[in-house]
Design a binder for this molecule. Structure first.
Ligand SMILES: [Zn+2]
Length: 214
């Protein structure tokens, strides 16, 4: 049996029905989870299939997207055209990166939350890491850092605030921005409103990693 199955979807922008591949749970196993939650798998990696591309209008989205309102839908149809590529089947690095970039473009056009753009950029960095391309990874970690920073400064309704703050610290650490890493990781450890003990423990570990590297 194939590792992939087709999931039925409808486009949030043009409402067209289409299908996109997902990985069967029984067909992959997690072999490694990095300190920024990048997950490596034996078999197809489900991360590559999180973003959906509508074959009719080219709209890209994830399950976290809101349906665009009329004005945003007009913006999207003015700026986005369908791909000639097929995103419904097996995805390599190029297709996964293209899909996420398109979703980021659509997120911009419909004024989607910065945290959603941050996470799409972080996933692109992971795609490159999984494929062993450290230069590509760095470029998109930096994009992710900028959007997590904006979300942290402007979004007062972030769910998983501790996790977002941790990621901001951890991405800064990976980019070599030690001062900012210490600032945000320290806040995870000391902010009394953060009660996620797993995240607090991870922030302490990253703190140690920075100290140990000096
Ligand atoms: Zn569509």
């Amino acid at each position: 049996m194939d590792a992939l199955f087709l999931k039925k979807l409808s486009c949030l922008a043009c409402k067209a029905g289409f299908q996109s591949s997902k990985v069967r749970r029984s067909k992959y196993s997690v072999t490694r989870v990095d300190t920024d939650f990048c997950t490596f798998c034996r078999g197809e990696n489900p991360l590559f299939y999180n973003t959906y591309i509508c074959p009719e209008c080219g709209y890209g989205f994830t399950e976290h997207f809101r349906a665009p309102r009329e004005k945003a839908r007009e913006e999207i149809s003015r700026n986005i055209s369908p791909f000639s590529l097929d995103f419904s089947g097996r995805r390599n690095l190029d297709l996964a990166v293209l899909a996420n970039k398109r979703a980021i473009e659509c997120a911009q056009l419909q004024n989607e939350k910065d945290i959603i753009k941050a996470s799409l950029y972080l996933q692109i960095a992971w795609f490159y890491r999984i494929e062993g391309d450290m230069d590509g990874e760095k470029v998109y970690l930096e994009e992710a850092r900028q959007y997590y920073q904006i979300a942290f400064e402007t979004d007062t309704e972030i769910r998983n605030f501790g996790r977002v703050l941790y990621l901001l610290g951890e991405i800064n650490r990976r980019l070599g921005n030690e001062r900012d890493a210490i600032l945000y990781l320290g806040r995870v450890i000391n902010d009394k409103s953060i009660t996620d003990t797993g995240i607090i423990r991870m922030a302490r570990e990253r703190f140690q990693d920075i100290r140990g590297a000096d």
